[in-house]
Design a protein around this ligand. Structure first.
Ligand SMILES: [Zn+2]
Length: 273
């Protein structure tokens, strides 16, 4: 699958690049990871060497890495710098605060970690990790680790209370997942929280409206492509970082915007569990 996808990205890159130049809308790229550990990249894990290589590619490409709220403010104001990028992590794995965040901090790079508020004790494991042999890579960050990292500048947003497929919930349950997680993270950090990553990228217009009602201003999907001044701030597009530098460069150049119909189809089909 990767070959044809890469070919499509390569073919669309000149068109996307020309469109960006003509519109004057530089576009914001949001990149995501899940956990970063010393092992080989596999599924949700990115090996620490691959993670460093991802950051090197960003640097060589000339990325201006911005905090998420500053990037959205710049989108609003029309002052987004060229090659603007935001870095995000979903699920709140301990390896992000233990391994990825120190690397980012040393390089002076901002990032946002989206945590699942029902797992802040650090004791629980996600259902998808329980089907694997028990491993330290499944460990989730505890509240005290999150508070310490936040004190050093790591931005923390909500990833709901229990990581459900939000489009499948009734309105009351949906509201609880959105509001209670925001309040829990706000109480933990002692500051307002207005960013959300939709679990498994599950959103639709009703979910997005509920997120606005619940007090969120920034919502991150897993629909690939560039964000422009016209992209709704509660359904911002994001790509998870490919391990291969060639693929990451295609992401940064916005070449995978062409795959958005596939992402929309996948989102409407629903989760695969
Ligand atoms: Zn998630």
């Amino acid at each position: 699958m990767r070959g044809p996808v890469r070919l499509l990205g390569g073919l669309s890159r000149p068109v996307v690049t020309a469109g960006r130049r003509m519109s004057g809308d530089a576009g914001l790229t949001i990149i995501g990871w899940h956990r970063v550990d010393g092992l080989a990249s596999d599924g949700l894990s990115t090996g620490v060497d691959d993670f460093r290589r991802n950051l090197d590619v960003l640097d060589e490409w000339g990325a201006t890495v911005l905090p998420l709220d500053a990037a959205v403010a710049a989108l609003d104001a029309g002052t987004l710098p060229d090659r603007a990028v935001c870095l995000t992590f979903d699920d709140g794995y301990a390896s992000v605060v233990e391994t990825a965040w120190p690397i980012l901090r040393d390089r002076g790079l901002a990032a946002t970690l989206f945590v699942v508020s029902g797992y802040l004790s650090g004791v629980g494991r996600f259902a998808w990790d329980q089907v694997e042999p028990r491993h330290d890579r499944h460990r989730l960050a505890r509240s005290d680790e999150l508070v310490a990292a936040a004190g050093e500048g790591l931005d923390i947003g909500s990833h709901t209370v229990s990581h459900p497929w939000l489009p499948g919930l009734d309105p009351d349950h949906l509201k609880r997942e959105l509001v209670e997680s925001r309040v829990a993270v706000e109480e933990l950090l002692g500051r307002p929280v207005d960013s959300l990553a939709y679990p498994t990228g599950g959103w639709n217009p009703a979910v997005r409206a509920a997120a606005a009602d619940a007090g969120y201003r920034i919502g991150i999907t897993v629909d690939r492509g560039l964000n422009t001044s016209r992209t709704p701030r509660l359904s911002l597009r994001r790509s998870f970082a490919p391990t291969d530098p060639v693929d990451l460069r295609l992401v940064l150049d916005g070449a995978y915007t062409v795959l958005r119909p596939l992402d929309t189809w996948r989102r409407r089909r629903g989760p695969r569990w």
